[in-house]
Design a protein around this ligand. Structure first.
Ligand SMILES: *Cc1c(COP(=O)(O)O)cnc(C)c1O
Length: 407
């Protein structure tokens, strides 16, 4: 391939930082032992994992024993939600979450409904944030868990974790947060924020795919968790399976780099985002999705009026790799549940673009993308106007919900 589009999809995943890869490499070939083995090869791996665990724990102000390594945030969310449900069902069968959560939270909750649990899906305000009074009012005597994400993967908004934690703590309800997008990007402190369980993943912060962790509080209160993977009893019986030494080393390195550079990197990335937004605002009929300031520095999610969503993505795809507000399953295109959760119309949800700016993007790239977006949208609107006037009885322009890409 001679030319690849500019990558602005850092909420989907990020490239592995070269420093992370370098740290990982010896653990594939040289220090390859099974950390459970009682000989030097095992001890070498065990030592690396111990250090990794300390780094991850420190990053969120937890203790190393409170970290359970998993294959990523999907597994961590499943372990947290189903593991708590199974361990606490005799105390209650009510769980509270939010309509804009990631599918890795919503789907385990839906599954639990089939087992007789009751789930409250809190709405969000038009800016994507929850209403704390609505949360507090939703807590019942039989509520066992509140699961609310730290940073949204589509619109980047940051929920008020400390305030949520305080409410949960006062009502003695466990608080889980999916921090897949937040780790090493915003300050996280499980003590200060009263967080009882927290899901993490490496591959959104320039670490490898296939590794993540669940933080599980051990004191005040000690959280009980029913394991979801049974086997060798690793991770103090909370998650069986041979630990992936290279991935854990890489995860820890990625988190370490992210924490060390957090302030400066957020400034740099924030400048790129501000630039892109200032270019895009030259367009008429472009709206920002999500709270204007309480969001991840690299996130810009916009909806564009008077443009067919699928045509827009098609028009951009040779220039820039981004995601849109439509989630394509194999047969149908559905509008993003996050954008409709904000109250956006289906049409505006389809005609949306999520820009995820990251560590390796440059100002020149942002300017290229900004110009390309403007010219694509301008051209699409023009051709739409021509076809609308020449085919005045036709209704194709309203029809994009069901149609495949046609332009
Ligand atoms: C990416 C993501 C996940 C899934 O994480 P994996 O490690 O890929 O399983 C879960 N929640 C949020 C908010 C995410 O952004």
């Amino acid at each position: 391939m001679s030319h690849r589009p500019i990558y602005l999809d850092c909420h989907a995943t990020t490239p592995v930082d070269p420093r992370v890869l370098e740290a990982m490499l010896p653990y594939f070939t040289e220090y390859f032992g099974n950390p459970s083995s009682l000989h030097q090869y095992g001890w070498e791996a065990e030592m690396a994992i111990k250090q990794g665990r300390e780094i991850i724990a420190q990053a969120i102000n937890a203790t190393p024993e409170e970290i359970v390594f998993t294959s990523g945030a999907t597994e961590a969310n499943n372990l947290a939600i189903k593991g708590v449900a199974e361990a606490y069902f005799s105390q209650g069968k009510h769980i509270i979450t939010v309509v804009t959560e990631h599918r890795a939270v919503l789907d385990p909750c839906q599954y639990l409904q089939t087992l007789g649990f009751e789930i409250t899906y809190l709405p969000v305000k038009p800016d994507g944030l929850i209403d704390l009074e609505v949360l507090e009012a939703a807590i019942r005597p039989d509520t066992i868990l509140v699961s609310i994400m730290a940073a949204n993967n589509e619109i980047g908004v940051l929920q008020p974790l400390k305030e949520i934690g305080e409410i949960c703590h006062n009502h003695q309800v466990l608080f889980h947060t999916d921090a897949a997008q937040a780790i090493a990007k915003i300050p996280l402190d499980v003590a200060q924020m009263n967080i009882d369980l927290m899901s993490l993943t490496a591959h959104k912060v320039y670490g490898p795919k296939g590794i993540g962790a669940l933080y599980v509080r051990r004191r005040n209160p000690r959280v009980k968790l029913a394991p979801q993977l049974h086997g060798g009893g690793q991770e103090k019986n909370r998650r069986s399976g041979t630990l992936y030494t290279p991935q854990i080393v890489g995860f820890a390195k990625a988190v370490e780099i992210g924490i060390e550079n957090m302030i400066k990197e957020n400034q740099n990335i924030g400048q790129l985002r501000a630039k892109l937004w200032s270019i895009l605002q030259q367009l008429e009929g472009i709206v920002l999705n999500g709270h204007p300031t309480q969001r991840l520095s690299g996130n810009l999610n916009v909806s564009v009026e008077s443009v067919d969503g699928s045509a827009l993505l098609l028009g951009l795809k040779s220039t820039v790799a981004v995601s849109s507000g439509s989630a394509c399953s194999s047969t149908k295109i559905a509008p993003s549940h996050v954008l409709t959760g904000l109250g956006r119309s289906k049409k505006l949800a389809y005609a949306s673009v999520r820009f995820g700016i990251g560590r390796f993007n440059t100002m020149a790239e942002i300017e290229t993308v900004g110009k390309a977006v403007i010219s694509t949208i301008t051209a699409l609107r023009q051709s739409q106007r021509i076809s609308d006037s020449s085919l005045s009885s036709n209704h194709t322009s309203q029809n994009f919900g069901s149609s495949e890409i046609t332009i």
